[in-house]
Design a protein around this ligand. Structure first.
Ligand code: ADP
Ligand code: ZN
Length: 436
């Protein structure tokens, strides 16, 4: 079967040609930023760099980094590179790390962003024959508007549902024969769970694929969602600072996300030293936007930890792939001095449980000692099981957590439905420690 791409020329371009394209665009972009963003120009001057020093991507490392702190300092217009009269949209971060950031778009920027989302939908098998149900939140959050725009470009019949009202989502999904679902993975799991509770099976719906992102999720969670909904579940990655979802997207291989390198140059750095690491190393992902007009961030530190790989992909795309983010360098919990990423815990839970992934990590401090509790919801069937089998499960989880993390957690198996469900990004961690 012939493979389908949204933009074949770009998605299958020889790496050398892509490097050339990136270099040309970078040189122009650096000039644009230097001329129009005094904030970044000052950072460049402090580092003793001028646009003349940037002749191609080999010079990228000379440029200063930007971080969320810069965006907060420059809030709201400090990093804007065009007159406001040329902007047509503002979006804002969901505030995972508690601080909001606003991003600006010209019509050209919106077009590029939607184009990236169209590539993701096409890679998931979407065509103009599909009915695409978008239940990411609409509004300031980039999820809804991004996938909505991509879906229009592909020509899918688009259902702009936004999140919430799960039974109605399922009703529409059946009545209007949705074939593609776009939402956060935690909401997809919740929709799947609700579908089964309503007495249906995947045979009662028409979904074939889902495009899930905006929060970390594991391979085990992918399998769970695929089983619950009877679909192929694809990952999509992005952040408001770089436009939104669609910076990277998964293909049929389901082994990491292709980065849209014609728009974003990706680097991996050591988060402590800022040193650029060779491809294949694990480190912090840094993006340089080379096509955006209004909000062109250069060397933006995402805080997301991952690995880049350029191995040949079975889908035929030549775009570099990023692994699923393994957590954020600022999301990492330090419990009893040990670095803990919520995704490590999720992997253990889903392996031992082989069931609904509803859990919460609660960290607190008693005296000077951290307390670490993992609340895991058991299923209705398990609820009816003997106390002995529940105790055995608790023991097994406890042992597996010690093995992975090297520290002990209190495992609390809680009643079905007692952990709040999420319609957007799930709240997996409650950190009650007041560390001054
Ligand atoms: P905030 O930083 O406030 O959450 P965004 O709503 O723009 O801002 O979210 C961007 C962040 O969401 C990314 O930096 C990343 O940590 C996370 N994210 C987005 N997509 C994925 C994904 N597919 N897998 C894991 N994490 C993701
Ligand atoms: Zn691929």
């Amino acid at each position: 079967m012939e493979k389908i791409y949204w933009n074949k020329e770009i998605e299958t371009m020889e790496h050398e040609d892509m490097k050339k394209l990136q270099s040309e665009r970078l040189v122009k972009q650096v000039r644009h930023v230097w001329d129009n963003v005094p904030y970044y120009r000052r950072l460049m001057e402090e580092k003793g760099v001028t646009p003349d020093d940037i002749k191609g991507i080999e010079d990228l490392h000379k440029l200063p980094f930007l971080s969320k702190a810069d965006l907060r300092e420059g809030y709201p217009y400090g990093l804007l590179a065009v007159p406001l009269s040329e902007c047509v949209r503002i979006q804002s971060t969901s505030g995972t790390t508690g601080k909001r950031v606003v991003a600006f778009y010209t019509q050209h920027d919106i077009d590029l962003w939607e184009d990236c989302c169209a590539r993701a939908i096409t890679a998931a098998g979407g065509t103009n024959e599909d009915v695409c149900q978008v239940c990411y939140g609409y509004g300031l959050f980039t999820g809804g508007p991004g996938l909505n725009g991509g879906s229009h470009k592909v020509g899918c019949l688009t259902l702009p549902m936004s999140s919430g009202n799960t039974e109605r989502q399922i009703q529409f999904m059946m009545d209007l024969k949705s074939t593609i679902l776009c939402c956060t993975p935690s909401y997809a799991a919740y929709i799947g769970e609700t579908l089964h509770e309503m007495g249906y099976t995947p045979d009662d719906i028409h979904l074939k694929a889902g495009i899930f992102g905006a929060e970390p999720w594991t391979e085990e969670m992918r399998q769970e969602i695929e089983r619950l909904l009877g679909i192929k579940a694809y990952d999509i990655y992005g952040l408001t600072e770089t436009s939104g979802p669609g910076v990277a997207f998964e293909c049929e291989a389901q082994t990491g996300m292709h980065i849209n390198e014609d728009n974003f140059i990706a680097e991996i750095i050591d988060p402590d030293t800022g040193e650029v690491l060779p491809e294949g190393s694990k480190g912090e992902l840094v993006f340089t936007s080379i096509t955006k007009e209004a909000f062109p961030l250069l060397r933006y530190r995402t805080r997301d930890i991952c690995v880049l790989t350029r191995e040949k992909c079975s889908c035929g795309r030549t775009l570099v792939k990023m692994t699923k983010p393994m957590g954020r360098s600022d999301d990492m919990l330090i419990i009893k001095g040990v670095n803990v990423f919520p995704s490590q815990i999720e992997t253990v839970l889903l392996k031992d449980f082989n069931a609904t992934p509803n859990y919460q990590i609660v960290v607190d401090r008693a005296g000077n000692v951290d307390t670490f509790e993992i609340k895991v919801e058991i299923s209705d069937e398990m609820f009816d099981d003997t106390i002995k089998s529940v105790e055995q499960l608790e023991k097994k989880l406890s042992a597996d957590i010690v093995q992975i993390l090297g520290i002990r957690a209190k495992i609390s198996l809680v009643e079905p439905k007692s952990i709040p469900r999420s319609e957007g990004k799930a709240v997996r961690v409650i950190d009650r420690r007041k560390l001054v």
